[in-house]
Structure formats: C-alpha cells, structure tokens
Design a protein around this ligand. Structure first.
Ligand SMILES: Nc1ncnc2c1ncn2[C@@H]1O[C@H](COP(=O)(O)OP(=O)(O)O)[C@@H](O)[C@H]1O
Ligand SMILES: [Mg+2]
Length: 295
C-alpha cells in the first residue's frame, strides 16, 4: 500500500483529490478502518455516495478495487470460488489411461483448477486491495453468515484445499441501502458509517465538482429545490446522483434560472415515479411559479 493514511486530514485530502468530497464522519471512519483493519459498513439511501466512497478510497490508497455486486440468490460459487469443471474434465480424460483415480483426484482439486471469484481474489491478492461488497442487503442471512469468517479473520476455508489466509490486509467496505436489517453478528465486525442526504453546502460543493460550468445562482437554487423536494413524502426522493444529472441537464439546456417552466420541463430528471411527479408538480411547481424563494 503506497498511501498508509497517517491522519484523518490525510484521508480527507486524499478522498478530495480522488474527486470525492467526504462528509464529516466519512474521513474519520475511513481512517479508523484502515488503521484498525476493520471493515466499514456504509448504510444509507440509494445515490448518496456509498459505492463511490469505495472507488475513491481505492484511488487514494492506490490499491486495486475488487467489487462484489450482491443480488438476490448470490451464492458461494459466484462470490468465493468455483471449481473449473471443464478443465477438471479435460485432465481426467487426459489421464484416463493408466493413472488411478486417487492420483487424478489429487490432481484436479489443486489451486490451478480453482476459479477465483471476488472474495477469494481479495484474499489471494499479492498486493493489498480495496474490497467492495456492494448492496449486501440484497442477499440473505445465510450469505451474511458465510461472510463472517472472512470479515473477522480475513481467511476462507475450502474443503478440498484447507484454509486460505489473506497475505495482505484488504480495506473492506460493505454497503447497504437499508432494505432489510442486517444481522448483529455482521454489524459487530464492522465500523458503521451512515450516509444521508448531504447538507445544502455540502451538496452545492458536490454539484459544482461534477458540473463546474454551472453558474453559482443556478447551482444554489438547484440544491435548495432538491432539498425542498426531499421534504415531500415521495416514493423515491432525489439523491445526489439526481442532483448531478439535473445540473448537467440544466447546463446542456443553457438554463440561466430554475423558474416554474424550466422546472416543469426538467423535473423528470430528478423524480422518477408517476405519483411522485404529480406531488412534486403540485407542491414545488406552484411555489416556483409564485416566485417564492425556494427552501
Ligand atoms: N461525497 C461525494 N463527493 C463527490 N461525488 C459524490 C459524493 N457523493 C455522491 N457522489 C456522486 O453521486 C453519485 C451517486 O453515488 P453512488 O456512490 O453511486 O451512490 P450509492 O452507492 O450510495 O447508491 C455518483 O455519481 C457519485 O460520484
Ligand atoms: Mg451503490
């Protein structure tokens, strides 16, 4: 690892240099995780920078990023390792004449017949990596249980081969959109970081980073309107991702202000449910038409 974080400020500066503007606790938790060798569980609504944090940490520490995208039904074969059946079969055929089964069996359960999946790859890596286990809440509790050995001891057991210990210590991030409660056992092994929608100032800074040409007035109004929309009771409130998309859309359209008309024309960039659109058009559209100050 080239950059071993030496202080919280160091981490904050490193993340910024990687294009990620950390909130108050983000740099602190990342620093502690790197120094204590503990995984970070990052939880929060969709689109608030959980995945991006892992990418930025990898850039900052100059480590390769290994990513396991979780989904319903994800199993060990896709997360840990699989035997390369095709290759095993070829070996069996090649040795069919002559060699006894015992020899062939010893042969085909060696490391060269193993297909490494992300978790195994992170353990086996020669150089330290950042391991991102993204959207862990999409898997089931059995999968979580399987992760525990990895998360506390950085090792894996393969029945045919024995125990694999990590050669280097990965920085591990797990993210969750909070769609289900994670187990206490998992939480106990992790440092916890809650990422929420950012403050006005923080979001303004993020929007400007991603759409630097946007004028200060439009950017300011954008984050105020977004904050106002989040106040409404919506199925899916706009996230930072939507703010950035909106900023880019407004730039493209050459908008010099967010008036009622501009808002109506572009609000589908930030609101993506039919029923939400109605609520937002009514509550926010009207406010903008009144010329009332946003927020
Ligand atoms: N603190 C931040 N600094 C810079 N960009 C950010 C920040 N937080 C979020 N973003 C941007 O917002 C978008 C959504 O972030 P992402 O990590 O995909 O969200 P999540 O994984 O929480 O759903 C990305 O384009 C990311 O670059
Ligand atoms: Mg994500």
């Amino acid at each position: 690892m080239s950059a071993s974080p030496s202080s919280v400020q160091d981490v904050a500066a490193g993340l910024r240099a990687a294009g990620y503007l950390p909130g108050e606790s983000t740099a602190l938790v990342a620093y502690l995780a790197a120094r204590l060798g503990k995984p970070i569980l990052v939880e929060g609504p969709a689109g608030v920078g959980k995945t991006e944090l892992a990418k930025a940490l990898a850039t900052y520490t100059q480590r390769p990023l290994i990513r396991l995208q979780c989904y319903e039904g994800l199993d060990e074969a896709k997360a840990l390792y699989e035997w390369n059946y095709r290759k095993q079969l070829l070996r069996i055929q090649a040795e069919a004449e002559g060699a006894g089964w015992d020899r062939v069996q010893d042969d085909i359960f060696g490391p060269e017949f193993l297909l490494q999946r992300p978790l195994m790859a992170a353990i086996a890596a020669e150089e330290p990596v950042v391991l991102l286990i993204d959207e862990i809440d999409k898997t089931d509790q059995e999968f979580e249980a399987m992760l525990l050995e990895l998360l506390s001891d950085f090792q894996l057991s393969i029945p045919e081969l024995g125990r694999f210990e990590a050669r280097t210590r990965p920085i591990v991030l797990l993210t969750s959109n909070n769609s289900r409660e994670l187990t206490e056992a998992l939480k106990r092994r992790c440092l916890y970081l809650w990422l929420d929608y950012p403050s006005l100032e923080h979001e303004l800074e993020i929007v400007k980073l991603h759409a630097p040409e946007l004028s200060d007035t439009v950017a300011q109004k954008l984050v105020e309107v977004i904050a106002m929309v989040r106040e409404l009771d919506l199925k899916k409130p706009p996230s930072i991702a939507e703010s950035i998309d909106w900023a880019r859309a407004l730039l493209l359209l050459g908008a010099s202000d967010i008036d009622a008309r501009t808002f109506r024309d572009t609000m589908s960039v930030i609101v993506k449910h039919r029923t939400d659109l109605d609520v937002v058009a009514e509550r926010v559209g009207v406010k903008l038409a009144d010329g009332a100050p946003a927020a």
